[in-house]
Write a protein that binds this ligand. Structure first.
Ligand code: NAD
Length: 543
């Protein structure tokens, strides 16, 4: 029974807790971190209404203190993927038929729980498990995640309002159906909010979901699942499993009810997924939705009119916050010859003031990279640069994995604009800079556009409005999120819808209407009020 059309007005962004010195918030968060460290967890998978424990337990260690035991998670096998898909499909009918306001209120309650009761829990687990400093964890695990949920409820209510015209004598309507089958959500390690949102956005639209996070994000994913459950999410709507990627793909990408994948992660993994889905296309009941936000090689283009302090701040925050482990991290910068010396010297001087260490010491700006695999890969780039006579390491370059995976913020200077660290995604605290002839700005914009296969984020730093205009136009397809006089990171839900094209993904803009459309399948219903009873049209009559 429809007894009203309910409204969900646009929310405001969740305020960022600053955790300043002496604040009760800081004391409460520190207390929660200490409690977390003193209570190791045994994290199950969540399939249907059950918590699944296995005999394959994998330890969870903070990246900055690799021998400390935070707990363990229970790894699954192929049978668990089948169970998760079955549980999702079993929950489907009930979930897609429940009223919109009940679906919305489960997630709005989850957002409120994250903003209050679970705030320090979600921020603390993100700090300890993923090695984010307090500010990075707060803007991700609390603010962005809460915003994703609240804004998506508003956006979906706007989509539901979109209805076609009706001519006299008939009524037309569009039903925004969930997809037939189940949605697979596969999330990366670097954002707690992304993990939760990949699953929740599809579920909000009435879909049932199998969610597999990166192993290095399970410590905070477990809290997300607890919050969803406490908010009243019915069993089986989101099933959280920890299995190896290829095993997951083997089951899901050949299942007839596979309806779509909501992925964020590296370009190579997404390409492999797309290939497998393509090869199996005749096995599915519907054409699956393939949504992926992938890698980046994000640029900062500095014009000769730039303010040096603005440029250096954009580089430091853009390249080194969360150790450069953001898909949007600035990793290649183009310095104009007139300002190059000043920017470099200010950059080196400022980098020397950044403290590196554990997340528990709030004075550290830089922490450890996520794990040994990432550490070794990033160090490989640094060592290869050290051996190459065409490039020079002008800041950082040291690293140590004896206690945690620490790599100093590193700046590589190259005279070759196509040097590999100008083109390839490193995903660590490494920025490569190239100085161009300040009088060849336009040619250098072409270079920026053609240097890497990615097109995620980028920034122009300039005071000259003609330079801003030229860069904005010439770099139109070089980035899905383009910044003027700012760092290329830190997109906010509702303000800068996020995503890139080319090798950076399908650009379906997480936290926007565009993304939600991908989890909906419209059905148009035309109803004629007084139907025709004679096949004849007027043109058939001849006098
Ligand atoms: P990743 O590609 O290694 O892993 C992402 C997820 O895919 C994980 O859950 C992983 O277990 C899973 N996976 C790996 N191989 C698989 C396979 N064969 N089949 C199915 N699943 C598989 O990425 P990561 O290291 O966790 O995250 C870093 C990457 O994510 C970077 O490339 C970064 O640019 C990208 N990223 C992009 C965005 C964006 O919005 N564009 C946001 C965050 C991260």
């Amino acid at each position: 029974m429809t007894i009203g059309t309910f409204s969900y007005p646009s929310p405001t962004n969740e305020p960022i807790v600053q955790y300043g010195p002496g604040t009760p918030e800081k004391a409460a968060l520190k207390k929660r971190i200490s409690e977390l460290k003193h209570s190791p967890v045994d994290i199950p998978m969540f399939i249907g209404g059950e918590c699944i424990f296995t005999d394959k337990r994998i330890a969870i260690n903070p990246p900055f203190e690799k021998n400390f035991f935070l707990g363990q998670f229970n790894e699954g096998e192929e049978q668990h993927v089948h169970q998760a898909v079955d549980a999702a499909l079993a929950a489907k009918e009930g979930w897609e038929n429940i009223s919109w306001e009940n679906r919305a209120h489960i997630f709005l309650k989850a957002a409120d729980l994250l903003a209050t009761k679970y705030r320090y829990h979600i921020v603390g687990t993100t700090m300890l498990g993923q090695g984010k400093n307090v500010y990075q964890a707060e803007i991700d695990a609390a603010c962005e995640f809460i915003d994703f949920i609240r804004f998506n409820v508003h956006y979906l209510s706007e989509i539901y309002k979109q209805q076609p015209l009706s001519s006299p004598g008939m009524h037309n309507r569009v039903e925004w159906r969930p997809l037939e089958g189940f949605v697979l959500a596969v999330s990366p390690f670097n954002f707690t909010a992304i993990g939760g949102n990949l699953a929740a956005s599809a579920a909000l639209c009435g879909n049932v979901v199998v969610w597999k996070p990166a192993y290095t994000q399970i410590y905070s994913a477990n809290i997300i699942m607890q919050v969803f459950k406490e908010a009243g999410l019915p069993d089986g709507v989101i099933n959280l499993i920890y299995v190896d990627g290829p095993i997951l793909g083997k089951v899901c990408f050949s299942h007839p009810d596979f309806a779509g994948v909501h992925f964020t992660g590296s370009t190579n993994v997404f390409n492999t997924m797309w290939q497998t889905i393509g090869q199996n296309i005749s096995k599915f009941k519907s054409y699956p939705r393939i949504v992926g936000e992938t890698g980046g090689k994000d640029f900062v283009m500095i014009h000769k009119s730039a303010n040096v302090d603005v440029a250096v701040t954009a580089l430091i925050r853009g390249a080194f916050e969360f150790q450069g482990q953001k898909c949007s991290a600035a990793s290649r910068a183009y310095l104009p010859s007139n300002l190059s010396a000043a920017i470099k010297s200010k950059l080196i001087e400022t980098l020397a003031t950044l403290k590196m260490g554990t997340v528990e010491d709030f004075t550290n700006f830089v922490n450890a990279v996520i794990d040994e695999r990432a550490f070794d890969k990033i160090v490989g780039f640094i060592e290869s640069a050290r051996k190459d006579s065409s490039v020079k390491i002008i800041a950082g370059g040291n690293y140590d994995k004896s206690v945690g995976y620490f790599i100093e913020p590193t700046v590589i200077e190259t005279s070759n604009p196509k040097y590999k660290t100008m083109c390839e995604e490193i995903f660590g605290p490494v920025l490569t800079i190239f100085t161009y002839d300040a009088e060849h700005f336009e040619e250098t914009l072409n270079l920026v556009d053609t240097t890497s296969p990615y097109a995620l984020t980028g920034a122009i730093i300039a005071q000259d409005r003609f330079a801003v205009e030229l860069a904005t136009n010439k770099l139109r397809n070089s980035a899905g999120n383009f910044y003027v006089n700012d760092k290329p990171t830190g997109a906010v839900v509702g303000q800068q819808p996020f995503g890139g094209a080319r090798g950076s993904g399908t650009n379906d803009k997480a936290g926007s209407l565009i993304n939600l459309y991908r989890w909906l399948s419209a059905r148009t219903v035309k109803e004629v009020l007084v139907p025709a009873t004679d096949y004849g049209y007027p043109f058939l009559g001849e006098v």
